[in-house]
Ligand binder design. Structure first.
Ligand code: ARG
Length: 577
């Protein structure tokens, strides 16, 4: 409905002379739908106008006469409740979905580039649930930003450098075996890493060896580098498999090691700008002024750190890739790291520091347990996706035994279920992951949305009206103008659906502004709920004209809205389930 706040404010302004921005700031949606579609509370006006709010409400209601948007304006105590002309709203929504699809896109980001740092798993370590969250949130955000006209760079900042490589290489040399690693790379390399930690507790000198290896790597030691490359290659092959299943793509796959030759310049720049100080032999940037611990730039042995590589990466994205805004989709636990990073950029005098955003997110718990990799208690994402797919297959087979393409559909449902489950929660909150709940066809799940979409397709198919091309709505009911006479065609369940559809554009922009795809997931659930009530209560194919065409066109618009949302979220939508 917010979509109509502007035109309504215009009407009220034209007919009462009240200031339009004031009206806009006051308009709201009444909690009880039967009261009206939009309400104007008059309390704030009462002060200014020195009249009782009830009196003001009555006067405003009396002044609103005939107009194309409002069917009625009724004073109810201190409120004016407005009922919209349903057909006019329907018409608007229909227009907004067709040809230019203004509900589905805008040009707010035209001419600007955003770099989205997403996924970014660590080489030789399992792809964790945290990386899954970063991948799906980052993908959804990138898709949404693209609808605003931004050029979006999707960057995989692979963790392919740092102390862990010293540790794994030491462990590999001591206890590893090439063939075993090749057979099951990440699990084996991770087991070596876990073993390193156990043994290093008893033999702390192992840590010194690991640091020495890292130093060798940074100095370009060929033998150590060859081992490192081997680990990168075998890990990447495993990640690629995962990305394929998830449908993830990147414009840039630049690991931390990519910045090795750009690090000295960063350190020099920090020194030239007078920001580096020495602390226990290490080089740091002091951040006392903002009450943060110092940002470590170079260790006493000369090795660079995670933050140093991130500084180099930020500068690269800004200067070489021309990114105007930098988004980092990384778990809440790294909040401080990004505060430090952005502040150092600011101290370096880069204005784009204020266009850097940490898009944090909560932790995923499996049936209440934290998922961690340190102690080897890992949940393998690939297994979770495979299990989700096999459950989806069982359920789908039972529902519709004659489906062609069962495997592809089951994968879209199983994987979609896991993605949707992740995205429907406000990103900052922790998520309890339960496979049973995620793949259920009822409840607030991906399969429920996909099923609703398939149901819409099926109605359109029966009416010979399924257009497979993605864009504009195909059915237009000629309601003529003024369309008020047609209001009665739009009964309550239909109206509820029209209203939900009308909100998509506003919610899309809000999801971008808050960098939170859960707004889209929640909204598509609302659309599906409204659609299913409508489907249940209003006969479609057996209705008389023009009702039949009107209802069919709403099925079509619902289908387009649902698939747009699923597209943004990165969830598939089989036409038949
Ligand atoms: N590889 C890191 C981790 O798994 C995440 C990297 C996030 N991106 C960044 N630019 N720091 O914790």
């Amino acid at each position: 409905m917010q979509r109509f706040f502007n035109p309504i404010a215009q009407v009220i302004h034209a007919q009462t002379g009240m200031d339009q921005t004031v009206i806009l700031s006051l308009l709201e949606i009444p909690p009880d739908r039967s009261m009206g579609d939009i309400a104007l509370p008059c309390f704030r006006l009462a002060k200014e106008w020195r009249k009782a709010p009830q009196q003001i409400a009555k006067e405003i209601a009396d002044q609103i006469g005939d107009n194309p948007w409002l069917a009625s304006a009724v004073a109810n105590g201190p409120y004016v409740n407005f009922m919209m002309h349903r057909a006019a709203v329907y018409h608007e929504v229909q227009q907004a979905f067709s040809t230019s699809a203004s509900i589905l896109q805008s040009s707010r980001g035209q001419g600007q580039t955003v770099a989205v740092d997403l996924s970014s798993p660590n080489i030789a370590k399992p792809f964790s649930m945290g990386h899954l969250r970063s991948t799906v949130i980052g993908t959804a955000l990138s898709n949404l930003l693209a609808t605003d006209g931004y050029t979006v760079l999707r960057i995989n900042h692979l963790g392919d450098w740092g102390t862990q490589f010293g540790k794994i290489i030491v462990a590999y040399r001591l206890w590893g075996d090439e063939n075993t690693v090749k057979q099951n790379p990440i699990a084996e390399l991770n087991a070596l890493y876990v073993r390193f930690h156990e043994e290093a507790n008893l033999h702390p000198e192992l840590n010194d060896q690991a640091r020495a290896v890292l130093k060798n790597l940074e100095d370009g030691d060929q033998e150590d580098l060859a081992l490192w490359r081997f680990m990168v290659d075998v890990s990447l092959a495993e990640f690629e498999r995962m990305y394929k299943i998830l449908g993830t793509s990147f414009t840039h796959q630049l690991g931390e090691s990519f910045y090795n030759d750009k690090m000295d310049a960063v350190v020099d720049e920090l020194r030239d700008k007078g920001l580096l100080i020495e602390s226990d032999g290490a080089q740091v940037v002091n951040l006392d002024a903002i009450n943060l611990p110092p940002c470590l730039i170079r260790r006493s042995d000369g090795a660079t750190l995670y933050a140093t590589r991130d500084l180099a990466a930020a500068l690269y994205r800004h200067t070489m890739l021309h990114a105007d805004k930098l988004y980092y989709v990384v778990g809440n636990e790294q909040k401080m790291h990004f505060q430090q990073l952005f502040h150092v950029l600011k101290l370096m005098g880069y204005p784009f520091a204020s266009a850097c955003f940490h898009i944090g997110f909560g932790m995923m718990r499996l049936d209440g347990r934290k998922m961690s990799t340190r102690k080897g208690q890992i949940v393998r994402l690939e297994e979770v996706l495979a299990e989700a797919t096999s459950r989806a297959k069982a359920i789908t087979q039972e529902k519709n035994p004659s489906l062609d393409n069962l495997d592809a559909i089951a994968q879209a449902i199983g994987v979609g279920a896991v993605i949707f489950n992740d995205l429907k929660t406000n990103r900052l909150h922790d998520i309890d992951f339960s496979l049973d709940k995620a793949v259920a066809f009822d409840g607030e799940t991906g399969p429920y949305v996909q099923y609703t979409h398939a149901r819409a397709c099926s109605v359109l198919r029966k009416a010979n009206f399924l257009q497979e091309k993605s864009s504009p709505a195909t059915l237009v009911v000629p309601l003529g103008t003024p369309a008020q006479g047609m209001d009665t065609l739009i009964d309550d369940p239909t109206w509820q659906l029209v209203k939900e559809l009308s909100m998509l554009g506003v919610i899309r922009e809000r999801a971008i502004d808050e960098a939170d795809p859960s707004l889209i997931a929640k909204h598509v659930l609302d659309i599906c709920q409204a659609f299913n009530h409508f489907y249940h209560d209003c006969p479609i194919l057996s209705a008389d004209e023009p009702l039949r065409t009107l209802r069919l066109s709403l099925v079509d618009l619902s289908r387009l809205a649902i698939r747009a949302c699923l597209d943004w979220l990165g969830v598939g939508y089989p036409a038949e389930i």
